[in-house]
Design a protein around this ligand. Structure first.
Ligand code: SF4
Length: 447
């Protein structure tokens, strides 16, 4: 039995795809390309309109490429719209949500038989004292295949979210916050490091709220536990809601340089009125104070953020406030998105909607401003020597791509390494940044 998995969406969804592969491999399935596969699994995204369309188009594309192959639609889209898709998306053999991915084997077997998959059967199994889904998933995580770049792995420390930002469908899809145990996370990290992983990227919808479903913020405790592990590796923190930034981690990060001074803090906007309607519960001044605090403790700190443009009621005055915040915050990296009206989210019924054309124009304005800021920010690293995680060789050139601490996987610029010596992807070298090229830093290896 052979399968091919086509992953979509965020890195949290990528970990689910990797975990489904672990279960299938354990049950004797073999991962292969689409041509040879008996079952094609599309691990979909259901967060915003464009992502939903992309996942549906993937089903249509695979169906037209392989009219008789079995196709499973897994992931967030099928979790969010299971009933509708069961009804309407006949191009997919099976609709398989992500509530209990440990059942992907049973769903794939059903697909192979050309049958629809009965979730109820699976949940009945769990109900009668079978190993709980969480236990099953915990046992699969450490050995899962990795779809990340060489030397890097995402470690999902929690699932779901309790923040209920007005525009966001994640709580509808992934449910409320469920934090893993620190013991389980340390077990997974230890196994990944043993497998040669050099960078552990801690992820969740909001890792700042890790442990709050058990009564308190536990991210400092988790970092303290990680700090006891031996070896030369990086820990990168991704997605801390600025309202839940646990200040105690700064001292830990000063003491243990394996914790990278890199923070992904989604601010979403800078205008007071917009932040209020988004249910973000803090102001641009709060965010600037947080940045000052972080930069005082960690002068090299690199900040990535996200802005959402075109939220209902957003005015030109609001954009003025946002540009001012953008200037003052001097972010290193910024991702910009336009608002997507999502049913059943608190913002869905808000009036004064912003035309998509206007939202896109505002997004472009912000991105143009940010390009100059990012280039200026990256120049502060020129002339300095860093650890560089090598990722791939550029064919036909004595050049390699890699990343420094200031580059998160897949979203930021890169390190372009000039080397006539052979470098091993997935390993660290020491390199000196000697120039900036666009958003990238040019690196020369040093002994
Ligand atoms: S923090 Fe807000 S935007 Fe992020 S997943 Fe939670 S509700 Fe959605």
């Amino acid at each position: 039995m052979k399968y091919f998995i086509d992953p979509f969406g965020c890195v949290k969804n990528q970990v689910d795809a990797e975990t489904m592969m672990a279960f299938l491999n354990k049950e004797g399935w073999v991962s292969t390309d689409a041509e040879q596969a008996d079952v094609i699994i599309i691990n979909s995204c259901g967060f915003i309109e464009s992502a939903k369309r992309e996942s549906i188009n993937a089903v249509m594309a695979w169906r037209s490429a392989y009219p008789r192959k079995k196709i499973i639609l897994a992931g967030c889209l099928s979790q969010r719209y299971a009933a509708e898709l069961e009804e309407s998306l006949t191009e997919a053999t099976v609709i398989f949500g992500d509530k209990d991915i440990s059942n992907i084997g049973a769903a794939s077997a059903a697909a192979l038989r050309g049958e629809r998959y009965e979730h109820s059967a699976a949940s009945a199994r769990n109900a009668v004292g079978g190993a709980s889904a969480v236990d099953e998933i915990e046992s699969a995580l450490p050995e899962r295949p990795l779809l990340s770049l060489p030397g890097s792995a995402y470690v999902k420390i929690s699932e779901g979210c309790d923040n209920h930002c007005a525009f966001c469908s994640i709580p509808l899809i992934r449910g409320g916050l469920r934090s893993r145990t620190i013991t389980a996370i340390i077990g997974e990290c230890t196994a990944l490091l043993k497998r040669g992983v050099k960078e552990l990227c801690l992820i969740g919808q909001d890792i700042g709220s890790f442990g709050m479903d058990r009564g308190g913020q536990e991210l400092p405790d988790l970092l303290a536990a990680l700090s006891t592990l031996q070896g030369d590796f990086w820990v990168r923190l991704l997605y801390i809601h600025p309202n839940h930034f646990p200040m105690q981690i700064l001292a830990l990060m000063c003491d243990d340089k394996r914790f990278l001074p890199y923070f992904d803090l989604p601010f979403q906007h800078g205008a007071a009125g917009v932040l209020k309607r988004m249910n973000r519960r803090q102001s641009a001044d709060d965010y600037l104070a947080l940045l000052d605090h972080i930069r005082a403790a960690l002068p090299d700190a690199v900040i990535r953020s996200t802005f959402l443009l075109g939220f209902p009621g957003e005015t030109e005055e609001d954009m003025g406030e946002l540009f001012e915040f953008q200037e003052k915050s001097a972010l290193d990296w910024l991702g910009c998105f336009t608002y997507s009206r999502e049913e059943n989210t608190p913002a869905y019924s808000l009036k004064n909607r912003v035309p998509q054309k206007t939202a896109l124009a505002r997004k472009q304005q912000v991105e143009e401003k940010q390009a100059a800021i990012t280039k200026r920010r990256m120049e502060r690293f020129i002339g300095r020597v860093f650890d560089v995680l090598v990722e791939e060789k550029i064919q036909g050139e004595e050049l390699y791509l890699g990343r420094l601490f200031c580059h998160a996987p897949e979203v930021d610029g890169s390190a372009v390494i000039s080397s006539d010596a052979v470098l091993e992807p997935g390993y660290f070298i020491r390199g000196k940044a000697f120039a900036r090229a666009g958003f990238d830093l040019e690196i020369a290896p040093v002994r």
